[in-house]
Design a binder for this molecule. Structure first.
Ligand code: FES
Ligand SMILES: [Fe+2]
Length: 353
């Protein structure tokens, strides 16, 4: 299993999922309740009533103004987690309090901080395209029955597109073109690039951009361990001018593919996926096509990773893998995750308590 990295921000939900209904998510094994106050502020509390552990996200638990009323015997909590009412007695035990979690709403996500330290000035990594008038976004979330490390491996090695996603985003050139990898160990960021000069245009890009012929296709990955993955995808007809020195790039189409990778339990993961484009901004048909097509691609990964997890579960301890050049980014990510996990082990694990 890939160790959890605590003291980090994780995507708990899309902002549009958090409202006046109670939403439960399990992150790094911690059950978390999410909702929005009447004035629109997102709140994250422990999702277990202190009385008999009833999940507060489950009906008939409900909101009463900004307070949460447990659906089992009515313990009632404020947004600060403090219990303000119990049945049949005035005195409320001092320990009747839910843990609260720091929350940030940023780039269309609700991020929750998991850890025993406070986040201080640390903010989640950015994905500004998801909340920008220059882009149109389609997005979704798929639960995965696999260790989050398998999703990290998958996303850092896109050569699998040729095989697993043929007919959608995969073409022969993806697997044939070597990658370059750079690692910023200190910041915990892995960069993997693959620039294809003359490639077949897969349906995902042909149908959305309208390009009929062959393309220049750049895949520039930035993985911010442990929780955010960005794929900057640049598509242009072969022969079109490249980006200008000032960074503008009017002859190309750009797609920003964003994944929030949120470990839920040891072998389940939330796979938040979003596709932001800087073209055909108001074309609903392009949005519908990209949503459907990318959902299919995500499900191809989900099915494959669920199968892989089941297979790994039957392996004897110490089983061998064989890594090659394409795995450079994935191996760097594993190394960074192991280091971050060791530095941020839960206090009990680290022997502090
Ligand atoms: S379990 Fe919540 S009030 Fe009893
Ligand atoms: Fe994939």
């Amino acid at each position: 299993m890939t160790a959890f990295v605590r003291n980090q921000w994780y995507v708990a939900a899309y902002a549009h999922e958090v409202g006046r209904d109670l939403l439960g998510r399990t992150i790094l094994g911690e059950p978390i309740l999410l909702y929005r106050t009447e004035d629109g502020r997102p709140v994250a509390l422990a999702d277990r009533c202190v009385h008999r552990r009833f999940p507060l996200s489950e009906k008939p638990s409900r909101l009463d103004g900004d307070r949460v009323v447990c659906g089992y015997h009515g313990f009632t909590y404020g947004t600060d987690g403090v219990c303000v009412s119990v049945p049949a007695q005035r005195r409320i035990p001092r320990t009747a309090r839910l843990a609260t979690y720091p929350v940030v709403e940023q780039d269309s996500f609700v991020w929750v901080w998991i850890g025993d330290r406070e986040p201080g000035d640390t903010l989640p990594p950015r994905a500004p395209w998801l909340d920008s008038s220059d882009h149109t976004v389609v997005c979704g979330m798929e639960p995965l029955d696999a260790d989050y490390g398998l999703l990290v491996d998958n996303l850092l090695d896109l050569s699998h597109e040729t095989y697993l996603h043929g007919g959608y985003i995969g073409t022969p050139e993806v697997a044939e073109t070597p990658i370059t990898t750079e690692v910023d160990d200190k910041s915990g960021v892995v960069y993997v690039s693959r620039h294809m000069d003359d490639a077949e245009c897969p349906p995902f890009y042909a149908k959305s951009t309208g390009i009929a012929g062959r393309i220049t296709r750049w895949q520039d990955i930035e993985y911010h361990a442990p929780c955010l993955y960005l794929l900057h995808s640049r598509i242009a007809p072969v022969g079109a001018p490249g980006p200008n020195p000032d960074g503008s790039d009017p002859h190309a189409f750009h797609v920003e593919v964003v994944y929030g990778i949120t470990p839920s339990t040891e072998k389940t993961t939330y796979d938040f996926w979003a596709v932001a484009r800087d073209f055909a901004l108001d074309d609903q048909r392009v949005s519908d096509f990209l949503r459907e097509n990318n959902h299919t691609v995500v499900m191809q990964d989900v099915v494959a990773l669920n199968v892989l997890q089941k297979a790994l579960d039957t392996e004897k301890p110490g089983y061998q893998e064989l890594s090659i050049n394409i795995d450079t980014g994935g191996l760097a990510a594993r190394r960074i995750l192991a280091r971050m996990a060791a530095e941020n082990a839960a206090p009990a694990e680290a022997g502090v308590r």
